[in-house]
Design a protein around this ligand. Structure first.
Ligand SMILES: [Zn+2]
Length: 119
């Protein structure tokens, strides 16, 4: 049964129904539809562990509607949202360094103290 996914919690053999994704940049744990493939920061959870989900201290938990039949966005929308969240969870390239040399007012050396001696 390659379609059956198991809960990732230790000692839990229940069938996974949700995928939990940690978005470190936003300190948010997103619980959404079962991911179509494994991600490094995603964990499959059964219904029990989805209910008991707890995020690290200071983190927010975002729960996407688990029932596609319920009113609201379609499951395709939810999957797209979950994919977007996972995309956002990927490391971002740091911005290029900003050159300030063309601004002489800010280029003046600072931190150098001149010791004045008094006669
Ligand atoms: Zn479980």
């Amino acid at each position: 049964m390659s379609l059956t996914r198991r809960c990732s919690r230790t000692a839990c053999g229940r069938t996974a129904v949700n995928t939990l994704t940690y978005v470190y940049a936003d300190q948010t744990a997103v619980l959404g539809p079962l991911a179509t493939y494994a991600e490094p920061h995603a964990y499959d959870l059964c219904d029990v562990h989805s209910e008991r989900l707890s995020a690290p201290r200071g983190w927010e938990v975002l729960r996407l509607a688990p029932d596609p039949a319920a009113q609201g966005p379609s499951s395709d929308d939810l999957l797209a949202l979950a994919d977007a969240v996972r995309e956002a969870a990927r490391p971002v390239e740091p911005p290029p360094p900003v050159h300030v040399a063309d601004n002489p007012a800010r280029g003046v050396r600072r931190g150098h103290l001149r010791v004045l001696t008094t006669d």
